[in-house]
Design a protein around this ligand. Sequence first.
Ligand code: PLP
Length: 359
Amino acid sequence: MTSLSDLPIRDELRGKQPYGAPEIEVPVRLNVNENPFGIPEAVVEDIVASLADAVRGAYRYPERDFPELRGALAGYLGHGVTAEQVWAANGSNEIMQQLLQAFGGPGRRLLSFPPSYSMYPIYAAGTQTEYVTGERGEDWVLSPELAVAAVERHRPTIVVLCKPNNPTGTALGLDVVEAVYEATAADNAIVIADEAYAEFDDTPSALTLLPGRPRLVVSRTMSKAFAFAGVRLGFLAADPAVIDAIRLVRLPYHLSVLTQAAAVAALRHAPEMLAQVDAIKAQRDRIVAELPALGYEPYPSASNFVLFGGVEEPKATFEALLAQGVLIRDVGIPHALRVTAGTPEETTAFLDALGRLRA
Ligand SMILES: *Cc1c(COP(=O)(O)O)cnc(C)c1O
């Protein structure tokens, strides 16, 4: 057997680790920010009926530019977004990869603000784009001043602002997006607002900033609030010229007929798919409210997960919770762990398990 280091792998990939949230079958899974309530049965049935039709047509290639799905996504987004401004791919991870393929590359720089989504440096490595970082302030808050300072220091080609930020849950003001957009005007850089958790966020979406900002891209996903992680459907809204750029790099027929049919059907039922968002936010707020009594320090969250500090040994606490059937996430931040807001029962199981560790 050969090892990875024996293969002619590209130099920038040597020694790298793949994305690797543990996949462990346990009763309470609160580690990858899914909607734990699942899909309502009536919606499942309508999606299945659409899939049956799609299978009958599956001897043909899918529509390359999927106008029906783009129209449905535009309708879902609102804010005056049109189908021509929308693009979709197999998860917002593929959206981001396509953006990096179109706008990154050798001699170009991707700027982000760690701790943030762990995939950003991986997209950069995969496209030979240099990965550069800026600082956050107290409690992980990113101010316009800190963001602009990083832009001026690095002169990036692409900036990705995680809004709200994963793994910290921190909200991001539109003033930061606007300031970064202005600061990157001279370099004509692409500014991406990654709004994977927008449906949980009470602050306004960067969609409101799209008019007149052709370099701004708002990235969304059906994986989180929409309870559709397994289908793999991410999307973006931007100026149609950005989509013309992506068409140059996307693989033909990248969205299968099954994916398109499932997503269009689910979007017909958007209110039902999103019906549990308030319940999830209530569990998030409950975690933030209850952790201090257990001796932990939760950070404010505009998302469906909570990062909490005050953890002496994150690895040991992670393992001790796992032994009680509760899977959360060690995101590599010293003395901190991240937990997804679950159903009321799952959240209770997490809080009880954590309480037993302190007892
Ligand atoms: C989960 C997540 C995504 C994307 O997930 P997909 O399932 O690929 O759509 C993107 N950005 C952030 C910050 C996330 O947490």
